[in-house]
Design a protein around this ligand. Structure first.
Ligand SMILES: [Zn+2]
Length: 272
């Protein structure tokens, strides 16, 4: 008797990468990154597992780059966007969508699929397990540093990761000693206000750059906080890219920031 199981069906797709979260160790895959993207039909994708730092050169993709991937729906993670990637059929195309003309192409490909608010996304989660999206808050509040009182992952897990790294010649994965939490309010009368952690890889990368410049955790974290605070000022038209934290845990976190520069008065003349 043949049993058809649709969750086992693979297909090929072009996906525009929109966010990568800071990597965490994984017992089986050494380390993983939550990679988010959107396909040509405007459907969001969460791709897993992608041991990003272990990919070979031609497979290492950038934010806003189109990739070609063979994927299937993930059976154990029922969230609408979660898909498994076949690592043998993953290719970075080198086609990067640039920020020219005030982000016009990125707006057409990504921001046109915006949600109105986190409240809208939460309602859609209840309907069909929508667990990812972008939207523009009505106002931003503070960006706060929260220190972790213990490392983000265990020594045992770190050791397993190190074993993988011995052959992969990738620098050791370091846990961040802090989190950045953003306060904001959506453009919705139902919005109670939010405070969420930013898990964007760019934030972690910025911290380590600062830490190498001055190896003091407090100073480096504050420099990162200062640099990221700028994205929530009038100089930027920042959108939040959010996703839920896990297959069953429906708290939302910020997986990336989409941050066009705010159109300056003078740029109006470009269109005259
Ligand atoms: Zn809200």
């Amino acid at each position: 008797m043949s049993v058809s199981n649709t969750s086992e069906q693979w297909w090929d797709e072009r996906i525009l990468i929109t966010a990568k979260t800071y990597p965490i160790p994984h017992a089986k895959h050494h380390e993983t990154v939550c990679t988010a993207g959107i396909n040509e039909n405007g459907e969001w994708r969460r791709l897993w597992p992608i041991p990003f730092r272990h990919l070979s050169g031609p497979q290492q993709f950038r934010k806003y780059e189109w990739i070609e991937a063979r994927i299937r729906k993930q059976g154990s993670d029922r969230r609408k966007e979660s898909h498994v990637v076949d690592p043998d059929h993953l290719r970075a195309t080198g086609e990067v969508v640039g920020p020219e003309r005030n982000w016009q192409r990125r707006r057409d490909l990504i921001l046109r699929w915006q949600a109105a608010s986190l409240e809208e996304l939460s309602a859609r989660y209840e309907e069909d397990l929508t667990s990812m999206g972008v939207f523009r808050p009505r106002e931003f509040g503070g960006l706060k540093i929260t220190w972790r009182d213990k490392p983000h992952w265990s020594r045992e897990l770190q050791n397993k990761t190190e074993q993988g790294i011995l052959w992969a010649s990738v620098p050791s994965l370091r846990p961040l000693p802090f989190q950045l939490h953003l306060e904001y309010r959506c453009d919705s009368p139902r919005c109670p206000g939010h405070e969420q952690s930013i898990m964007d890889w760019e934030m972690g990368a910025r911290y380590w750059t600062e830490f190498e410049r001055n190896p003091d955790e407090q100073v480096a974290a504050e420099a990162t906080q200062k640099a990221f605070s700028e994205f929530f000022t009038a100089g930027f038209d920042t959108w939040l890219h959010v996703g839920t934290l896990g297959p069953v845990w429906k708290s939302w976190v910020i997986i990336g920031l989409l941050r066009p520069k705010a159109a300056a008065q003078t740029s109006l003349f470009e269109y005259v």
